[in-house]
Write a protein that binds this ligand. Structure first.
Ligand SMILES: [Zn+2]
Length: 301
């Protein structure tokens, strides 16, 4: 069943005009509306399948983050990029934690590649994941049980140095409730890292309704820097860094080219040029990269 949000999840505003119609070309072929709150600017998929009925929109072999055995060019590139970015991510959280390892919670850990890398670098890790198949994969990869997301409320309060959500928050129906619980799990002074696509990037403007990172109806919210700042401020968090995820410009451009011209194979040069153009635009236009990593701090004390 679809559910219609009558008010904005960030500001509570009720003036929610349609901004863009986007077709789910990868799974259902259905078309969804992205609304934009007139009050705070939040863009979100509205109406959207409710939490009990969204499962079938994930039933596709192309949904690579839940299927590490998938083949094809997309998946080969994805795995290569993942190998290089995991090291970088673990180095980043260690630096943010004062150069020390500590306790890490990865919410929506998928098949567990990041957690496994962090654990082998000395982090004490906890992973939560809603997809049963991914959870099983992750448990084998990380070498410890991975919990269902409902376990979040049972975690000891203020016990994690770092909490990460890598392309996860845009999928969460219970946005504010989940953020409240994640902040409660974070120690004062700890950091919350949220990676999400950025619909103010050049590749989003260029591909418009074919921009792969709209990914409706799986992506429920389409945050830009200002709406993320407002959301996190509501939860007592202050953004300390906004970092580019430059490989995402290439990955998202490749998927977007496939959506734009499904009958043609995607040329690597087209993807290279599109990704490079997006990153160059971002460097010259206030850091509007294809995807952004927001680092937010829970106030100490
Ligand atoms: Zn709003």
């Amino acid at each position: 069943m679809n559910e219609l949000l009558e008010s904005c999840p960030i500001c509570g505003g009720t003036d929610l005009p349609a901004k863009l119609q986007v077709q789910d070309k990868s799974v259902s072929q259905e078309t969804f509306t992205i609304a934009q709150c007139a009050g705070c600017g939040l863009q979100f998929t509205n109406p959207r399948p409710d939490a009990a009925h969204i499962g079938r929109y994930y039933e596709s072999a192309a949904y690579v983050s839940h299927n590490s055995a998938a083949q094809g060019l997309v998946n080969r590139v994805y795995r290569m990029a993942r190998f290089f970015t995991m090291r970088h991510k673990v180095a980043l959280i260690t630096k943010l934690n004062g150069g020390r390892t500590g306790r890490l919670l990865d919410y929506g850990c998928g098949t567990g590649h990041f957690l496994a890398r962090a654990k082998s670098a000395g982090w004490q890790v906890t992973g939560l994941e809603p997809n049963p198949g991914a959870r099983q994969d992750a448990a084998a990869r990380v070498g410890q049980p991975i919990l269902e997301v409902s376990a979040l409320t049972a975690l000891p309060p203020a016990s994690f140095d770092i909490v990460t959500l890598w392309h996860v928050l845009e999928h969460v129906h219970t946005l504010n409730e989940t953020l409240t619980q994640l902040v409660a799990a974070l120690r004062p002074g700890g950091r919350l890292l949220i990676a999400v696509p950025n619909p103010d990037s050049l590749d989003a403007q260029y591909y418009r309704d074919n921009w792969a990172a709209y990914d409706v109806p799986r992506h429920l919210y389409h945050f830009v820097p200002d709406t993320m700042r407002r959301l996190l401020a509501r939860h007592g968090l202050r953004i300390t860094h906004t970092l580019p995820l430059m490989l995402d410009a290439y990955y998202v451009s490749m998927l977007s080219e496939q959506l734009r011209t499904p009958a043609q194979p995607v040329g690597p040069l087209v993807v290279l040029r599109a990704g490079l153009r997006s990153n160059q635009y971002a460097a010259q236009n206030g850091g509007q990269y294809s995807s952004l990593l927001y680092v937010a701090e829970r106030a100490a004390g």
